[in-house]
Design a protein around this ligand. Structure first.
Ligand SMILES: Nc1ncnc2c1ncn2[C@@H]1O[C@H](COP(=O)(O)OP(=O)(O)OP(=O)(O)O)[C@@H](O)[C@H]1O
Length: 253
């Protein structure tokens, strides 16, 4: 049995001994986890296992009761989502938070547009958007002229992910990215995680669906009743073992 806690490369994010309670409910107990640049980690667990709580802590939405978060070895104290963003962590929630009436370029650069004097430099924003879309192998998406509201679920997800790249994020957290998607769109979104990884970002994907993430994640971290039940490298584990961790909190149970 492998308990592959630390990745081979130097950690980008290092979480040590995180605990969090809501009143009498202990949502997380002593969770420690590492993720390296260029790695895709799937965060798995049954309903109520603590996935959302952990992600909200990493996103600066919840404070921890105890434990430590480091980015590139530097201790962090997130008091707001802005703090987590400033540390290089971007989270794509299921609502995607896109402006449906605006095009891709407007969404990618919302609030950080290139300007020329007092005006938004639309040409440059579109050109930079094309560059980011190409980088993520999303060159088929129109950078301008088409409101994102008319795009498919998978395309909108891709736009939300591309926006995290524009923001300069190093760790991108995707919260159930395929929950509302069909099989082929899901596969495209998961492939996008590989593009992020290949560009040196670290990616955490939260999922209920092990089958969907199995082929795409390098490692699997399983939460069970608020505790880290195990971390496994895909190359050294099986679907059956991960399912046991999810359901029973232990392999070979
Ligand atoms: N804001 C909150 N107030 C009180 N209890 C909470 C709160 N958020 C989460 N919990 C509780 O903490 C535990 C962990 O919940 P969490 O949402 O993190 O799990 P999850 O793995 O994301 O589950 P799901 O897959 O159903 O979203 C659960 O018992 C949940 O009821």
């Amino acid at each position: 049995m492998t308990t592959d806690q630390a990745p081979a490369l130097e950690s980008l994010l290092s979480v040590r001994g995180i605990s969090k309670a809501f009143g009498h409910i202990q949502a997380l107990t002593d969770v420690s986890l590492d993720i390296a640049p260029g790695e895709v980690l799937a965060l798995l667990g049954d309903n109520g296992a603590g996935k959302s709580t952990l992600i909200k802590i990493l996103s600066g939405l919840y404070a921890t009761d105890s434990g430590e978060i480091r980015m590139r070895g530097v201790p962090q104290r997130f008091q707001s989502p802005a703090d987590a963003k400033a540390a290089g962590i971007a989270t794509v929630y299921q609502d995607l938070a896109l402006v449906d009436t605006r095009d891709v370029a407007a969404n990618l650069f919302l609030g950080r547009e290139y300007t020329r004097g007092p005006f938004i430099d639309v040409k440059r924003n579109v050109a930079e958007s094309r560059r980011v879309l190409e980088q993520l192998k999303l060159g088929h998406l129109p950078a301008s002229g088409v409101p994102v509201g008319v795009m498919s679920g998978g395309q909108r997800q891709a736009v939300a992910v591309a926006r995290t790249v524009v923001s300069g994020a190093e760790l991108i957290i995707m919260d159930e990215p395929t929950a509302a998607l069909g099989v082929s769109e899901s596969a495209k979104v998961m492939a996008l995680a590989h593009e992020l990884r290949d560009s040196g970002c670290a990616v955490i994907i939260i999922s209920h669906n092990l089958q969907q993430v199995w082929d795409f994640a390098d490692r699997f971290a399983v939460l069970h009743l608020g505790r880290l039940a195990g971390v496994r490298r895909r190359s050294e584990s099986t679907v059956e073992e991960i399912v046991q961790l999810i359901v029973y909190g232990a392999a070979g149970a």
